[in-house]
Design a protein around this ligand. Sequence first.
Ligand code: GLP
Length: 265
Amino acid sequence: MEILIYPAAQVVARAAAEMIGLSAQRGATLGLATGATPLLTYQELIASYRRGELSFAQSKAFLLDEYVGLAPNHPQSYHQTIREVFTSHIDIDDSAVHSPDGAAERPWEQAQEYEQLIIDAGGIDLQLLGLGTNGHIAFNEPATSLSSTTRIETLHPQTVADNARYFSSVAEVPTHAITQGLGTILRSGHALLLATGKAKAEAVERLVEGPLSASCPASVLQLHPHATIIVDEAAAAGLANLDYYRYVQTHRPDWQGADGLPRLV
Ligand code: GLP
């Protein structure tokens, strides 16, 4: 895994936006995440688009997950959220922004159809990820099969509590979600996980240095052939090998630019 540590969330966002921008320029299929962490990255991308530096016209996008029971037009649905915070502000075609239908009559079939939709689109080139405080990615909670595909997940009470800030009460937070599986995420060409703030420090430590374990679903990224973890100082604080990761970052060879990754300073 590539671990990149930056002094603040804004710099994390710039680094992530640079990587996503390079993919978008090649018409990549993007995997998008909701949650607070990627918001600054989306703002950076929107700003680049408005400056005329970027176009998403050739890209498709797939969301990681959706709450079961929320229709696409529900204000708290991820379908609606991603449009509000990102895709309605850039030149991606709205019909190219996909997410599971949380109000589908048969959520299980919906999950399987979504998995197939991703496969039929040729897979996800770059998957953006946030990190739950309990180590979840997308909505894959502890004990998720490391090779799971898109399915229904029961949200951990910790996740429900964390996400209650978007609803008027905890009771309104759906208890289930349709989520891409860990196996789905492993099939992406490049997994780009962002984590900022000290509340994520323990999960980052478990993801990067803990054992590969379904108890920390994000640790599955240790199996991904191309995973980049971008964190700020606060989220990196628990890493035992922090000095080594910094050393690698400052000795990043120039030739890494050849595979499309930006050279970061
Ligand atoms: C939700 C989403 C995840 C996201 C996580 C962390 O549970 N399903 O995709 O990574 O929240 O969110 P935040 O970035 O707000 O901490």
